[in-house]
Ligand binder design. Structure first.
Ligand SMILES: [Zn+2]
Ligand SMILES: [Zn+2]
Length: 282
């Protein structure tokens, strides 16, 4: 059953109309398609849906859902950033938009001692945040210096603790690329075999198991040539298989053609006899 629930569009930092994605999905026999634009944030940035466009986005997805209901199961969702003090309650957006599901993720890491300040100055949050995603390694290096004075262990620990707080308090339907912190690292500051790093990752996996979220197997790093593995990595997927944590394959599409870029994820999961592969959300 072909599906994709991690899909952006022109409403945020992707390209193309929502309908272009639906048509590509139909032409390729998809059974389901979920839209997950980057949720609006209370500070200026160049990737999220603008506040004033949020309801238009929701209404357009709902209209397509209705129009194509006999051919494909379209779902309305968001990829929501968990930012302590700034965006740490997903419910208002979920209620306001009438969402079917949400993908929770951390792209913006904060100093845990800053939460109160951020709460009082949300519009200035961008200055106090480590942006770990995006195309440029320089952004990652600069943010690590500015927010964590170059202390990679403190920065990575904050990333995972922030993710844990999100999982525990928000119970997102799907947890996004939960080890994306490695993307711009490229083995420069730490290795993915370092014990302190693995301890953090295993702790997050255990929490996901307890809470009962689905984890996405995100293929975007591979086809964008920013990383040579899935998020989470093959090694972590083998660990997760033993714990029977449900996974769903996500291409994190930013243009219609990206919907097809699964990069062998399903073949890999079948090869290791992964026990819980979700293809259609209930
Ligand atoms: Zn993301
Ligand atoms: Zn995304």
């Amino acid at each position: 059953m072909l599906s994709n629930y991690h899909t952006h569009s022109h409403y945020c930092d992707g390209k193309g109309e929502l309908r272009d994605y639906v048509q590509l999905a139909l032409a390729n026999g998809f059974a389901a398609l979920g839209f997950s634009g980057h949720a609006p944030l209370p500070f200026k940035n160049n990737f999220s849906i603008h506040d004033e466009d949020y309801l238009a986005y929701c209404n357009e997805v709902r209209a397509l859902k209705e129009e194509y209901s006999h051919r494909i199961d379209i779902r309305l969702g968001l990829e929501i950033d968990y930012v302590p003090g700034v965006n740490d309650n997903f419910q208002p957006l979920i209620q306001q938009g009438g969402l079917d599901y949400c993908i929770g993720g951390v792209h913006l890491v904060t100093d845990p001692n800053d939460t109160e300040w951020l709460h009082d100055h949300p519009a200035e949050a961008a200055e106090r945040i480590w942006f770990i995603d995006g195309p440029r390694q320089e952004t990652y290096d600069e943010g690590l210096q500015r927010v964590f004075h170059g202390d990679i262990r403190l920065g990575v620990t904050s990333f995972f603790h922030q993710s844990n707080a999100m999982i525990e308090s928000q119970h997102p339907t799907i947890v996004a690329h939960f080890n994306k912190i490695v993307m711009h690292n490229r083995d420069r500051y730490f290795l993915e075999t370092d014990k302190w790093y693995l301890d953090l990752v295993y702790e997050t996996i255990e929490l996901i198991r307890e809470v009962g979220c689905i984890v996405e197997v995100n293929t975007r790093g591979i086809y964008k040539k920013r990383h040579d593995d899935f998020y989470p990595s093959r090694q972590l997927l083998r660990h997760m298989a033993d714990k029977h944590i449900p996974v769903i394959i996500s291409t994190d599409a930013h243009c219609p053609d990206d919907l097809l870029k699964t990069e062998g994820a399903e073949e890999y999961l079948r090869a290791i006899r992964y026990p819980e592969i979700v293809s259609i959300l209930p």
